[in-house]
Design a protein around this ligand. Structure first.
Ligand code: ISL
Ligand code: CA
Length: 560
C-alpha cells in the first residue's frame, strides 16, 4: 500500500464560533485559535480542519458563504488568517480549510446578480426553474425541512436549495461557475493552506430534468436525484486535474448517502479524485424509518457490520476517514459510550476503537476531554437552523408533542456539538469573558481542559498516547483489518496485520463485565500491551480474558 503523510496523520476539527473567544464578544475567533495552538500541538495532532471562516450572514453558521475570499468580520481579518497559517506551520502542523461549494449564501454577489433577470450573466450560476401550476418545480424536501424550492417574484421562477432558502445550490453544469471555484481554491492553496474538507461534495450533480419522486407525495426525500449524481465523478476529476493534483495536500469529501462502491471511486487509490470521504452509514444507525429525528437505539451488531463493510470494501482500493462525531453530530461519548459513571473510561474505549481502525482519524474539538451532550430547557436556548426548522414544522405547525420533540433534540440536535469548548472552571468555561453566542454545557466545572491537563489519567493524555502509538507502529496505519468474534454481544474485537506484526483490539461496548476467549497466540509469541484504559490489567495468556465495563485493550503480538 502506498505510504502517504495524510494516512499517517490525525486531524483535529475546529468549529471556530465555539472554540475560543479572544475579545469578549461571545464568539470564537481566529486570534482565539492562535492562542490554543500549543494545546493542539501538545496533543500531537498533525492537521487542523477549520470549519468555515469566510464572510457569511450566518444563516447556517458559516456554511452559507457570501464571499469566498473574505473572512467573517466576527472571526477577524485576512491578516489574522495569514498569521494563523504561519503559526500552524511554525509548529509543524497543517491547515485544512472547509470548502462549501454545493451552495453559496443568497447574499453572495453571484446570487444577487442571478436574481436580477433571466438573462443576467450570472443567472446560470444557480438552478432556476418555472413552477408547476403554482407549485414548486418538484416535490423534493430540504435537509432543513420544507421544500427545496423558493419562489422569486422578479422572474416568476423558483431556485433550488437543498439546505436553507438562504443557501441556493450552485449550478455545476455551468463551466464558468466551475472555473470560478477552481480559481478560488487555487487562490487559497497559493496562500499556503494544505487542503480542503469539501462540504456535501457528492451533491453537486443533479439528475437531468430534476424529476419529482415517484411517491406522488407533496414533499419527499429526493436523495436519489442529487446524491452521487450522474456527473459528480467527472467534476471531481476535473477539479483534481486543474487544482488538487498540483499540490501535496489533504482532501476529504463529505458524502451523505455514499456507498462503499461510490467511495472506492471518490477515494480511489490512483488519486484521481479525493483522498477520502466522510461516510454517514454509522451515523444513521440510530435513525428509524422517519429519518434523523426518528430516534431508535443503535446496536453493536449493526456497528460491527457497517464499520467492517467500510474497512473491507475499501482495503487496497481507497482510504477511509474515521470519525464518531463532528459539528453536525451528537457527542460520541453520549451517543456510543456512557456519559455518566463511565464517561472517562468509555470515551477512552471509543477513541481506542476508532484510532486502531484503518483510515485517518478525526477528533472533534472537546472530544479529547470527553465533552458530552447538553439539555437546554427551552427551544429558545437553541441556535441551530436545522433544529428550529424541524421544531417549527413538528410542534408549532404540526402539533406534535413538545416533550417528545425536545427529547429527540437532546439526543440528535447539532447544538450538542456546538456548545462552547470547555477550557477551565471559570465563568462560561473560560471560552469568553462576555456572553457566549450559545450557552456552555453546565458540566464545565468538572469537564474542562485545565482539569484534563492536570490529570495524568485524563482522556486528553490518552489521546496523546494513541497518537504517539500511531507514529511508532506502522501496523496501526497500514495493517489489514479483520473482524473477529463477530457475534460477541458486548465486545467489538478486531485484528490488524502487517507482515510479522499483529494488533488485537478488544473494546467492551457494554456497562457489564465481558468474557473473551479466543486462541490468539502460542506460548512462543511475544505479547505487548500497547494501549489500555484501566489502571491495572493483569497480563494474561490471550485466550481467556475478562474485560471490565467499557474496558479497551490493544495487544501487539509478534509471531515467533
Ligand atoms: O447535520 C446533518 C444531520 O442532520 C446533515 O443533514 C447535514 O446537514 C449534512 O450532513 C450536510 O452537512 C454539511 O452541510 C450543511 C451544513 O449545515 C453542515 O454543517 C455541514 O457539515 C450545509 O452546508
Ligand atoms: Ca470574538
Amino acid at each position: 500500500m502506498d505510504k502517504k503523510w495524510w494516512k499517517e496523520s490525525v486531524v483535529y476539527q475546529i468549529y471556530p464560533r465555539s472554540f475560543n473567544d479572544s475579545n469578549g464578544d461571545g464568539i470564537g475567533d481566529i486570534k482565539g485559535i492562535i492562542e490554543k495552538l500549543d494545546y493542539l500541538k501538545n496533543l500531537g495532532i498533525d492537521v487542523i480542519w477549520l470549519s468555515p471562516i469566510y464572510q457569511s450572514p450566518n444563516d447556517d453558521n458559516g456554511y452559507d458563504i457570501s464571499d469566498y475570499k473574505a473572512v467573517m468580520n466576527e472571526f477577524g481579518t485576512m491578516e489574522d488568517m495569514d498569521t494563523l497559517v504561519e503559526e500552524i506551520h511554525a509548529r509543524g502542523m497543517k491547515l485544512m480549510m472547509d470548502l462549501v461549494v454545493n451552495h453559496s449564501s443568497d447574499e453572495h454577489q453571484w446570487f444577487i446578480e442571478s436574481k436580477k433577470s433571466a438573462d443576467n450573466p450570472y443567472r446560470d450560476y444557480y438552478i432556476w426553474k418555472k413552477g408547476d401550476n403554482g407549485k414548486p418545480p418538484n416535490n423534493w424536501s430540504s435537509f432543513f425541512s420544507g421544500s427545496t424550492w423558493d419562489y422569486d417574484e422578479t422572474t416568476d421562477e423558483y431556485y433550488l436549495h437543498l439546505f436553507s432558502k438562504k443557501q441556493p445550490d450552485l449550478n455545476w453544469e455551468n463551466p464558468a461557475l466551475r472555473k470560478e471555484i477552481y480559481d478560488m481554491m487555487t487562490w487559497w492553496l497559493d496562500k499556503g493552506v494544505d487542503g480542503f474538507r469539501m462540504d456535501v461534495i457528492n451533491l453537486i450533480s443533479k439528475v437531468d430534468g430534476l424529476p419529482s419522486t415517484s411517491s406522488g407525495k407533496d414533499l419527499d426525500w429526493g436523495g436519489e436525484y442529487f446524491m452521487n449524481g450522474p456527473l459528480v465523478h467527472e467534476y471531481l476529476q476535473e477539479m483534481n486535474q486543474q487544482v488538487l493534483s498540483k499540490y501535496d495536500i489533504i482532501t476529504v469529501g463529505e458524502s451523505p448517502g455514499a456507498t462503499t462502491k461510490d467511495a472506492a471511486r471518490y477515494a480511489n487509490a490512483e488519486g484521481t479524485e479525493l483522498n477520502m470521504i466522510f461516510t454517514f452509514e454509522h451515523m444513521d444507525l440510530d435513525s428509524g424509518p422517519g429519518g434523523k429525528w426518528d430516534v431508535k437505539p443503535w446496536t453493536l451488531g449493526d456497528l460491527k457490520e457497517v464499520m467492517s463493510k467500510w474497512q473491507y470494501d475499501l482495503a487496497g482500493k481507497g482510504w477511509n476517514s474515521l470519525y464518531l462525531n463532528n459539528h453536525d453530530q451528537p457527542r460520541m461519548v453520549s451517543r456510543f459510550g456512557n456519559d455518566g459513571e463511565y464517561r472517562v473510561r468509555s470515551a477512552k474505549m471509543l477513541a481506542t476503537f476508532l484510532h486502531m481502525l484503518q483510515g485517518t482519524p478525526y477528533i472533534y474539538q472537546g472530544e479529547e476531554i470527553g465533552m458530552t451532550n447538553v439539555r437546554f430547557e427551552s427551544i429558545e436556548e437553541y441556535d441551530d437552523i436545522e433544529i428550529h426548522n424541524m421544531f417549527r414544522e413538528a410542534v408549532t405547525e404540526g402539533g406534535q408533542d413538545y416533550d417528545k420533540v425536545m427529547e429527540a433534540i437532546y439526543v440528535k440536535g447539532r447544538d450538542n456539538a456546538r456548545t462552547p469548548m470547555q477550557w477551565d472552571n471559570s465563568d462560561h468555561a473560560g471560552f469568553t469573558t462576555g456572553t457566549p453566542w450559545l450557552k456552555v454545557n453546565p458540566n464545565y466545572d468538572e469537564i474542562n481542559a485545565v482539569n484534563a491537563l492536570n490529570d495524568q489519567d485524563s482522556i486528553y493524555y490518552f489521546y496523546q498516547h494513541l497518537i504517539q502509538m500511531r507514529k511508532q507502529h506502522d501496523v496501526i496505519v497500514y495493517g489489514k483489518y479483520e473482524l473477529i468474534q463477530k457475534d460477541h454481544a458486548q465486545i467489538y474485537a478486531y485484528t490488524r496485520t502487517l507482515d510479522q506484526d499483529e494488533l488485537l483490539i478488544l473494546c467492551n461496548f457494554s456497562g457489564e463485565k465481558a468474557e473473551f476467549s479466543y486462541e490468539m497466540t502460542s506460548k512462543q509469541d511475544t505479547v505487548e500491551l500497547l494501549v489500555q484504559n484501566m489502571e491495572t490489567v493483569e497480563d494474561q495468556f490471550l485466550s481467556e480474558l475478562t474485560l471490565a465495563p467499557y474496558e479497551a485493550r490493544v495487544y501487539k503480538i509478534s509471531r515467533s
